[in-house]
Write a protein that binds this ligand. Structure first.
Ligand code: PAF
Length: 282
């Protein structure tokens, strides 16, 4: 595996692959890699001959007062794991490489309405930071395939919309959420949870799973299901931001005949903000 920090070396390597007729997958990450990320790397290998993993803790998607400074940075360990997993390139650029003119006046990519609801309402500007950096990464790598985790479901929908609106020819694939045995979705931010909070945190998944089951059983009172989800999270000591049943394709409210749904939630627990979702096929 080659570890690269500058765009021109990255492009040279990828040009060589292209000349040999090889396809390329990109797995964008912020590092602190866990089993969930490694699953995305395996998925990338299934879809392309070459795999680039980027590690960049992107400052523009953190709001003032959020955990940008504390976000775990474990580059050496991450690099060893990626080499063992057969990644071809680890691209770990500096902020100056990605944003050569700084971030104040930078060109921003914004997927308007979708970025202002749910997580975007709690973290204004967050998704503009995500789309702005992922668009740059797409321009640098020009991947055939890009792999993102389903856990960040709203991010996934927004990135698909960005690629479609900007005619970026990339196939965006979602990797299944990896979970602890107790149901808690793996996340780099789980390490912010205390021992006590770790016991309460899986409620987030069980509330979603229960809502899915009720939908599958024919319950169609969505307001009631959403209120029950919020109550359950409150009862377990979490501070939920939203618990919502939406169309999986674009997060709009479901119609009576909608078949592909997603139930998504975010809740605060101590220093952590946890997000999770489940898909429901009716
Ligand atoms: O999901 C993440 O880790 C980040 O939002 C991403 C897609 C790598 C952009 O910084």
């Amino acid at each position: 595996m080659k570890q690269i920090t500058d765009i021109s070396s990255l492009r040279n390597e990828i040009d060589n692959w292209r000349q040999a007729g090889e396809s390329v997958a990109l797995v964008p990450t912020m590092g602190s890699l866990h089993k969930g990320h490694m699953n995305l790397v395996s998925l990338a290998h299934e879809h392309a001959e070459r795999v680039v993993v980027s590690i960049f803790v992107n400052p523009t998607q953190f709001r003032p007062g959020e955990d940008f400074a504390e976000y775990p940075r474990t580059l050496a360990t991450d690099a060893r794991r990626l080499a063992r997993a057969g990644a071809d390139i680890l691209f770990a650029p500096s902020s100056e490489e990605i944003y050569p003119e700084g971030t104040e006046q930078m060109t921003t990519v914004s997927v308007k309405a979708l970025s202002e609801i749910f997580c975007g309402a709690a973290r204004p500007g967050h998704f503009d930071g995500v789309t702005s950096v992922v668009c740059r990464l797409f321009n640098m790598v020009a991947p055939d395939v890009a792999v993102f985790g389903q856990k960040d479901y709203q991010q996934l929908v927004i990135l698909r919309r960005m690629a479609s609106d900007l005619h970026i020819p990339v196939n965006i694939i979602a990797g299944q959420t990896q979970r602890e045995k107790n149901g808690l979705a793996l996340s780099s931010r789980n390490q912010y949870l205390s021992k006590e909070e770790q016991k309460a945190a899986p409620t987030i998944y069980w509330a979603l799973a229960d809502c899915r089951q009720q939908l599958l059983d024919g319950q169609r009172d969505l307001d009631r299901l959403e209120a029950e989800g919020l109550d359950r999270l409150h009862a377990a000591g979490l501070d939920p931001e939203f618990f919502a049943i939406r169309k999986a394709s674009d997060l709009s409210p479901p119609k009576a005949d909608s078949q592909h749904l997603v139930v998504l939630t975010a809740a605060r627990l101590g220093a952590a903000r946890l997000i999770d979702n489940v898909l429901v096929e009716l």
